[in-house]
Structure formats: structure tokens, C-alpha cells
Ligand binder design. Structure first.
Ligand SMILES: [Zn+2]
Ligand SMILES: [Zn+2]
Length: 138
């Protein structure tokens, strides 16, 4: 479970009403919204919130390392699950994303002979397929 709000409070993040709404929209498990989805949900809760505030706040949360940007081939998604290494399962049909925890360490799976002298610090694996809803729709 993501505890974004608690983490931000713990860091003494300046919590205005607008910034809080952005953090609330992002908080939770398996949350991977696009910036426009964050904006739509934030506006539903706080109609006066501006697009600039939403985008700036997202950028700030990413810079703080409390939210990660996920590229899935479509629009960038924002993921509050920043402190638990995980990979993503992406539906090629509807774009649904789930956090997954494969047994192996993807970093360890790249042999030294394939590292070309790089110091490798991160690895991202995206598993693609169809979610059960898309399979059911045929
Ligand atoms: Zn799907
Ligand atoms: Zn994730």
C-alpha cells in the first residue's frame, strides 16, 4: 500500500489545499494515472485548482523521489509506489497497469559481458499482454 500522504507529511512538505488534493489523488496501491487523469480527478475535488499547479506539483513529487514517472509507450504515468522496487504489467488493450514483483532481480540478470563497462544501477521490466477484462471482451 502506498502511504504517499504520510511520507510527505513526514518530510515536512508544504501542504496547501491544492497540493494536498494532488497527493490524495495519487495515493494508493496500483495507482498509475497520467497527468491529465490527475488533473481531472483533482478538479473534481477542488474545482478551482489550476492545470499549472497540478503539473508543477507532479514535477515536484518526482524530483523529491516520492512519485516515479513510468513510461509505458503511451502517456507518462505517475506512480506513488516509489520506495518499493517493482516492475509493471501493462495491458496492451486498455492500458491498465499493475505493480508486480518478479522473483528474480532484473539487474542481476544482465551478465557482465553484456554491460559494456557500464556501471548499471537500475533495470525496468515491462510485461505486456491483455488484462482479464480485455480477454473477456475478446
Ligand atoms: Zn485491458
Ligand atoms: Zn508501479
Amino acid at each position: 500500500m502506498s502511504d504517499l500522504l504520510e511520507r510527505l507529511r513526514g518530510r515536512g512538505w508544504r501542504m496547501t489545499a491544492q497540493r494536498r488534493v494532488v497527493a490524495e489523488v495519487l495515493d494508493g496501491e496500483h495507482v498509475h494515472l497520467t497527468a491529465d487523469e490527475v488533473l481531472a480527478r483533482a478538479t473534481a475535488r477542488l474545482p478551482e485548482i489550476s492545470r499549472a499547479t497540478v503539473y508543477n506539483t507532479l514535477g515536484e513529487l518526482v524530483t523529491l523521489g516520492e512519485v516515479i514517472e513510468v513510461s509505458t509507450g503511451r502517456a507518462k504515468r505517475y506512480d506513488p509506489n516509489a520506495h518499493h522496487p517493482h516492475q509493471h504489467l501493462v495491458c496492451s488493450g486498455c492500458g491498465a497497469i499493475r505493480d508486480v514483483h518478479p522473483a528474480g532481480d532484473p539487474l542481476a540478470e544482465l551478465p557482465p559481458s553484456e554491460r559494456f563497462g557500464f556501471t548499471v544501477s537500475e533495470a525496468e521490466v515491462t510485461y505486456r499482454g491483455l488484462c482479464p477484462d480485455c480477454v473477456a471482451r475478446g
